[in-house]
Write a protein that binds this ligand. Sequence first.
Ligand code: ADA
Length: 551
Amino acid sequence: MRLFQTTTTRRSASLDGLWRFIIDKENCGIDGKWYENFPSNADKMCVPGCWNLDPKYFAYEGVAWYQTEFTAEEEIYVLEFSSVLMQATVYIDGAEMGSHYGGFTPFCITGRGKGWHQLTVRVDNTHNAVNTIPLSRVDWYHYGGIAGQVKVTSYAGAYIADRRISYELNGNQACGTVEFRIAGEYRGDAEIRMNDTLLAKVPVSDGENRVPVSFGEIVRWDTECPQLYQVRIAIEGDDVTERVGFRTVETRGTKILLNGKEIRLKAVNRHNEHPDFGFSMPFSLMKRDADIIKNLGCNMIRGSHYPNPPEFLDYLDEIGMLFWEEIPMWGYETEALTDPLTCRRGLAMHEEMVRRDYHHPSVIFWGLHNEIFTDIDAGYQVTKKFCEKVKSLDTSRLVTYASFKPEDDISLEFADVISMNVYPGWYGGHDIEKEGGEIITKIMKHLRETGNDNKPLIISEFGAGAVFGERSFYDAKWTEQYQVELLERLIPKFFAEDAVQGLIIWQYCDVRSSFELELTRPRNFNNKGLVDEYRRPKAAYYAVKKIYERF
Ligand code: ADA
């Protein structure tokens, strides 16, 4: 789903609804050719949806099969899956048509044949400790299923298969290029418009096309005035629209500059999850989250720990909220980092994320990974490869990663902005002031020693767990008042350090955690939310709102 009209010509049909569904605990569906003969005892499952929301499958992690039918109105059709958690193999009329790895980015399957088709999808949500992304051990819940929308679009002739709009700014004059790939046979004109103004009409042919354009005088996108423009590419019989916002983001010394002006980031980490929907949040709930976060006084959200749906990013574009996007690479140690498959999968995920979300002005950071062992060579090598990949696709944004090695990270050269996850006053003792001061001193010492003290620093995670409604007569951990106290002390303390140009509180809302962490996660939730999992505000929500107003 998008929040603007993406085409005026295409005929798409949504395949969302109830599909036939069966879990495959023994992993025998391939041998049993379920893609030809779907088991007759199948259940029904919502698409989009996560199977864990049905109590029968609450704790199921493994393989499951889905089936439905669709009609293609033309000879060529493209099936678009926006999110399948996490590995998908697609069969059409019993033939394997393709597969995709990674639950948070979309993929397409192209088929031929006008008329009725049977669509079967094998979904594998198995994680391991070596080369899946994410690994089995994470601090969220491994929901499985066809979590995002599925649609089919039929094409009578050539169509625009891919596009990218880039620009450079000189004052408020924008010029750049519109690149697009035409699939099928084509020789004819292409028209490029911004809103309703014709920018170019040029002869093009199938394959890759690159058209230089001048966008003229524009109003820049920023957090106060999030001006957006629609850029439409049209060929005979097909057209697509992208939405862009013109802005620059860069660093100067320890400052972060948006459109050349210093900006201090006041942010929260947010999981795109809700206990009643899993990772299939309806747009209305995502919008509500963004509104609650805006009301808190934030100007940025970190999308911990995976790419977020395009409609959420569309909304952030509209309200002028900045965004940090990353891939679900969380907590990798030596063995997992040196497995070549981990790296291949990570590179592919970065590529899919950057290509899909390239046009969102809200996205200012690409996050390479979270809390991997960046103090060893294996972590250094992976960081280097990821950084090179991301920069080869996009030089218009800042690259960072959330490190948990404040004293011995050896990979910081790849970060435009240094980001550190630290938990003073939580995983240590109760002396919030002392631990907070010590950690900042250690980080700054390490940055000086490694020559990274001329870069902005973000404290990308800090916080305390609080069970909604919990109180006590002393500063007990897990109470709402301890969470308030910790945030009230740490926010001013961190911002007092010159290099600190951003704070990202862990976290916006409580989130269902994994069974592996149940002993350290009361209720099996990560309870560090400023609101609980049903978005009920804790005392800390109001405390942070007051403090964020001051900075
Ligand atoms: C890490 C991690 C988060 C969360 C947090 C915590 O920093 O990146 O996902 O697990 O710790 O609550 O301890």
